[in-house]
Design a protein around this ligand. Structure first.
Ligand SMILES: [Zn+2]
Length: 94
């Protein structure tokens, strides 16, 4: 898979995180990636919890289905979420 773009954006309208399926509202910051794999484009929105989860447990070449990060490993995902909430200095985009 080749990553074409990967950046943090402020949402102009609400959208759902690909990793956990949660909804994020306009004005919140989310990571947007666009990649191409065997000629197929793949666009993803990632919240900071899923972004951190991916960095911790997965490789760039891994592919998941919608909501898999949270539904496959709710305990691990929530552990990352609480670590992020406990350390507010870890801001998305820094
Ligand atoms: Zn998420």
């Amino acid at each position: 898979m080749d990553v074409l773009s990967d950046k943090f954006v402020k949402l102009s309208k609400s959208c759902h995180c690909w990793g956990c399926g949660r909804e994020f509202k306009a004005g919140e910051t989310i990571r947007k990636t666009t990649s191409v794999d065997n000629g197929e484009f793949f666009c993803g929105n990632w919240c900071k919890v899923c972004d951190a989860y991916w960095t911790e447990y997965l490789d760039d070449s891994d592919v998941i289905n919608y909501g898999d990060l949270l539904s496959n490993d709710p305990d691990g995902w929530k552990k990352i979420e609480s670590e992020i909430n406990a350390n507010p200095k870890t801001k998305i985009g820094d």
